[in-house]
Write a protein that binds this ligand. Structure first.
Ligand code: ITT
Ligand code: NA
Length: 182
């Protein structure tokens, strides 16, 4: 049984669908934790994982995700959560519509006092209007490369196949099975 520590129900639902397809049991530790400020979300992820090791029995993992908009020099990057709640999607489109962008997820896994990280990236661009009914963060304004619709117009399964989180979790699940962990 692997614990996923996150306050975000969308992240949990996506991970649950993937883990289910591999028959790995997942449990949700729904809690918020503080994050340091840094440019690099791998660093943030490692730091959070280390601090959580004092509070939560391992094995557990966390997910740190950033959105990097090219025409805005990578903004909001690791501040994606703060910017989503302060500016929101319509204001982001005013300054970033049409620009190339990418999501980056870093999974941090704590096991036997070691921390392992797994990264996934999804390239795409910022839409000119919001669309889609899956209202998870920036999904209604993010069009993945090779698509003409937003992430919010894809099902969880479709998103998982191509997404930053899906790719990071695939690497993570490969690691788990190579260690015989269920
Ligand atoms: P945690 O408790 O797991 O930290 P969080 O929502 O605070 O949950 P982050 O710190 O990683 O998560 O913030 C990233 C923000 O970026 C998040 O709040 C969403 O608004 C957005 N986001 C993350 N993953 C996304 C995805 O797959 N699609 C769209 N938006 C996403
Ligand atoms: Na967070």
């Amino acid at each position: 049984m692997i614990k996923f520590v996150t306050s975000n129900s969308h992240k949990y639902e996506e991970a649950k669908a993937l883990f289910k397809s591999k028959n790995i049991e997942l449990s949700w530790v729904k809690m918020e934790y503080e994050e340091i400020q840094a440019e690099d979300n791998e660093l943030i992820c490692r730091d959070s994982c280390m601090k959580l090791t004092e509070k939560i029995d391992s094995p557990f993992f966390i997910d740190d995700t950033g959105l990097y908009i090219k025409s805005l020099n990578g903004f909001p990057g690791p501040y994606a959560s703060y910017v989503q709640s302060t500016l929101g999607n319509s204001r982001i489109m005013e300054i970033g519509a049409g620009s190339e962008a990418h999501f980056k997820t870093v999974i941090g896994f704590s096991m036997e006092s070691e921390i392992y990280t797994f990264t996934g990236i999804l390239n795409g661009h910022i839409a000119k209007k919001e669309s889609g009914t899956n209202k998870f963060g920036y999904d209604p304004i993010f069009i993945p490369e090779g698509y003409d619709k937003t992430l919010a117009e894809l099902s969880t399964e479709e998103k998982n196949i191509i997404s930053h989180r899906g790719r990071a979790l695939d690497k993570f699940m490969d690691f788990l099975s190579s260690r015989g962990i269920k």
